[in-house]
Design a protein around this ligand. Sequence first.
Ligand SMILES: NC(=O)c1ccc[n+]([C@@H]2O[C@H](COP(=O)([O-])OP(=O)(O)OC[C@H]3O[C@@H](n4cnc5c(N)ncnc54)[C@H](OP(=O)(O)O)[C@@H]3O)[C@@H](O)[C@H]2O)c1
Length: 183
Amino acid sequence: MTRTYSIDGYAIVSDDHCIADAAGNMPDALKNEADWAYFQAALDAATLTVVGRKGHEANPNHKNRRRLILSRSVDGLERRADGWWWNPAGCDWSTALAQAAPEGGAIAIPGGREVFDLFLALGYSSFHLARAEGTVVPGGRKLFSGLEGTTPEHLLARHGLQKDAPYWLDEAARVSMTVWRSF
Ligand SMILES: NC(=O)c1ccc[n+]([C@@H]2O[C@H](COP(=O)([O-])OP(=O)(O)OC[C@H]3O[C@@H](n4cnc5c(N)ncnc54)[C@H](OP(=O)(O)O)[C@@H]3O)[C@@H](O)[C@H]2O)c1
């Protein structure tokens, strides 16, 4: 049986393309209610959420959504009480996906950076890029590695995604949304 999946990234970044501060925490400048509501609705609709181990620990899974947690502390793929734990070095993506989301559906990718990098290589169906315009996070953690001298938009375009028209998620707070899609 052929399963249908979409691989959908979600991030909010500063003008200097950061997702977190130098200490790896989410700065207040990147916290916005409209963006949070957009993100939560997407996670509610997803079959599976794929997160890095640090994000998993920092964000308790109150809604008991199905998670796939990346960590080098596991050998391949392991089912635990709090979700599926996955090390891509020991188990390929198609195997992990078939185990963790056998029914298909939307696979939400909320990062962090290494996770965003991994799926940039594997291929996004869409990437939902919110920007807190007018904010900077000096020394912060950027959305993707390899962003020196370039932008996330250029990387997404280089990986074959095209953008929809941008719009305001929250105009008063100057938080915009641009959805990038693969066709
Ligand atoms: N602004 C945004 O949209 C946004 C999005 C995402 C995250 N954030 C923020 O960013 C911070 C966390 O992000 P982060 O990038 O520091 O950490 P993270 O991605 O949440 O976790 C990193 C960990 O995930 C595991 N991992 C990641 N890629 C892997 C791979 N290819 N293979 C095996 N394991 C892998 C490793 O775990 P082990 O150490 O166990 O091996 C690594 O240390 C938080 O503050 C979060 O709120 C913001």
